[in-house]
Design a protein around this ligand. Structure first.
Ligand code: DGI
Ligand code: FE
Ligand code: FE
Length: 202
């Protein structure tokens, strides 16, 4: 097995850069997500290095001012959908994925995918995609969210069931707020609901 150590220069340099680019709260959240991604990777047999990097880097674009986010999307030729145009808080996922190679010199399709879909999810997520999506929700420093205790317990038992719980909770939160629901969020919910129903029928 390839050696892994969170004290390697690679991770130290990334943390140093993130500490500069993110506000204090976001930096603490980021370290929480990286640690939980690592635990889930151990539990589900995923590459620890990829899981730790995905966790560390998932919100790398979060604290960029909105106008600059839009300019950077043009630079990377990122096409924004309607929900992203109306809700700029969604942009940091795709933008963060494109900055991986350019800013952090990480060229890895699996990490790119996990970061690009970490806010909305997507149908047919890889195990790494699921781990990051879940770690973002359950990391220890998150403010109390609905169903958090159940979601935390489920995370180490069944990834798909956990994804569905998180999506249910997110959709009901967004509906309460009257926020525009990204097509991807709705599609992901539908996909995992049907998948779990089919599994129950077996
Ligand atoms: O970046 P984080 O705060 O750690 O978490 P995140 O990347 O999941 O982003 C969370 C925000 O994104 C939260 O304010 C809810 C919002 N969000 C998630 N799905 C949708 C959404 N917002 C809209 N408008 N539509 C969605 O489908
Ligand atoms: Fe995020
Ligand atoms: Fe996050």
């Amino acid at each position: 097995m390839e050696s892994f150590n969170t004290d390697d220069e690679l991770y130290k340099n990334i943390r140093k850069r993130l500490k500069k680019d993110l506000d204090r709260k976001r930096y603490v959240h980021t370290k929480g997500v990286a640690d939980v991604s690592l635990c889930l990777a151990m539990s589900y047999g995923v590459d620890m290095k990829k899981a730790y990097l995905a966790g560390l880097l998932h919100d790398n674009a979060k604290c960029i001012p909105t106008d600059e986010k839009r300019n950077l999307c043009k630079k990377y030729q990122i096409v924004l959908n309607n929900a992203e145009k109306k809700n700029p808080e969604l942009i940091h996922a795709k933008l963060g994925a494109y900055r991986l190679k350019d800013v952090f010199h990480i060229d890895d399709e699996d990490i790119f995918s996990a970061i690009a879909c970490h806010t909305t999810g997507k149908p047919k997520m890889s195990v790494l995609d699921k781990i990051l999506y879940i770690a973002d929700y359950i990391e220890p420093n998150r403010r109390p969210l609905p169903m958090l205790d159940e979601v935390r317990k489920m995370a180490f038992r069944n990834l798909d069931q956990t994804i569905l719980l998180i999506l249910e909770s997110t959709l009901s939160y967004l509906k309460d707020k009257n926020a525009e629901i990204d097509k991807k969020t709705q599609e992901t919910y539908q996909y995992y609901k049907e998948l779990l129903l089919k599994q129950e029928e077996l």
